[in-house]
Design a protein around this ligand. Structure first.
Ligand code: UDP
Length: 384
């Protein structure tokens, strides 16, 4: 399957006619290039799943996104409540001002709520980053992905592997477009230049290739004292080897560490508040090693050319592993051993990765998706 060609003569959708529904930091990051490509046609709806200054407010500004319609009462509820409360408000919003199409990205509760709301009103649905599968049915995100893909009218697969997963589930080929992943363009766009990165390293008192950068927030690593202690303990052991470990601490992880009495482990790391996107990319670009359970970081490391250890049981993004950027490890001794094995390679490893192409495409995914949307709107029967 080849990458979807750029359609030649796109018609401009009407102003604010494409509702882009999102609710978390990674959705803001990866939908930003598409919102820019859609221009005045885009209308943002933020469910408020993660609504605070550090995880959303700052990202809207930094990524140059328009002010969203913000739903209320969603954050902090359990999963079903988040979906139900978002769905009710989205349905009312779509009844009030019907969009020509709805765009969702990824696998969050906001993604599923947006997809259900579009489906309920017969509005064409676009799923960005379709076809990711961890095959781990213990992850709520896996269920969200599968449901959204089966509802969507246009499934934008980032990689041939994602497209193959969709076809294997019987989804018709004419609903699938191989577009690449918008992460490539957002990283290229937001990565600070060399002078900006040097200033960042100075501000954090770090030297290029002389530190580790870690993020931890998934339930599998934060829901029990044992799992969180295993990750933080391994990071503390690595810090004791002499390279500082910078840990921008997600609010969920901070709360869990306090609850489980793990402050002494945090004290052995360089703990900072969650970073802005450009700051995170700039610091990731020069880290000797990344350690993370994040989905987005598994893609970003391939554009930045940096090695990553993924502290997870399974991944829905095997491409970074296959291409040699990332490896899956369990928290604890396996993480320590894998990190030491990579660090001992020195600059040779990042040099090799910098020369390896990202499996996530050519940096034109958002443009492809934006040009496919008008055709989708006119091709599908519209409900009254
Ligand atoms: N990120 C950031 N600042 C940080 C940590 C992460 O900007 O301090 C970015 C990271 O580059 C990635 C996104 O946040 O683009 C990942 O978000 P998260 O890990 O919350 O979600 P996931 O990718 O696992 O769905």
């Amino acid at each position: 399957m080849t990458v979807h060609p750029l359609p030649r003569t796109p018609r401009e959708p009407a102003p604010e006619s494409v509702a882009v529904v999102l609710g978390t930091r990674p959705e803001l990051v990866k939908l930003a290039p598409l919102v820019h490509a859609l221009g005045p046609a885009a209308r943002l709806v933020h469910t408020g799943q993660h609504w605070d200054e550090a995880l959303s407010g700052r990202f809207l500004r930094e990524l140059g996104l328009p002010a969203p319609q913000l739903l209320t009462g969603v954050g902090g509820r359990p999963r079903a409540g988040q979906i139900a409360v978002s769905l009710g408000q989205l349905d009312a919003a779509f009844a009030d001002d019907r969009p020509a199409a709805v765009v969702v990205q990824g696998d969050t509760n906001a993604t599923l709520a947006g997809a259900l709301a579009a489906n309920a009103r017969g509005i064409p649905l676009v799923h960005v980053e379709a076809g990711l599968r961890s095959h781990d049915r213990a992850m709520p995100e896996e269920h969200n992905r599968v449901m959204v893909d089966h509802l969507a009218d246009l499934l934008c697969a980032a990689t041939p592997e994602n497209a193959a997963e969709l076809r294997a589930e019987g989804i018709a080929g004419d609903r699938i477009a191989l577009t690449g992943n918008t992460v490539v363009e957002v990283v290229r766009d937001r990565l600070p230049d060399a002078a900006g990165r040097a200033a960042l390293l100075a501000r954090y008192d770090l030297t290029a290739d002389g530190y580790l950068l870690a993020t931890v927030h998934r339930p599998e690593n934060t829901d029990t004292a044992g799992s969180l202690a295993a990750v933080l303990g391994a990071l503390a052991e690595l810090a004791a080897d002499g390279r500082p470990v910078l840990l921008p601490l997600h609010p969920r992880t901070r709360a869990a560490a306090e609850r489980f009495g793990l402050a002494p482990l945090l004290a052995r790391l360089r703990v900072v508040d969650p970073l802005g996107y450009a700051e995170f990319l700039g610091l990731a670009r020069h880290a000797a090693l990344l350690v993370s359970d994040s989905g987005g970081v598994q893609e970003e490391c391939t554009v930045l050319g940096r090695p990553l250890l993924v502290v997870r049981r399974s991944t829905e993004r095997p491409e970074a592993v296959t291409a040699g950027f990332a490896a899956l490890v369990s928290p604890g001794p396996e993480l320590v051993a894998a990190a030491r094995a990579r660090l001992v390679e020195g600059p040779a490893l990042p040099a090799r990765l910098a020369a390896t192409p990202s499996p996530y495409g050519d940096g034109r995914a958002a443009e492809r998706i934006a040009r496919l949307i008008p055709g989708l709107v006119s091709a599908l029967p519209q409900a009254a």
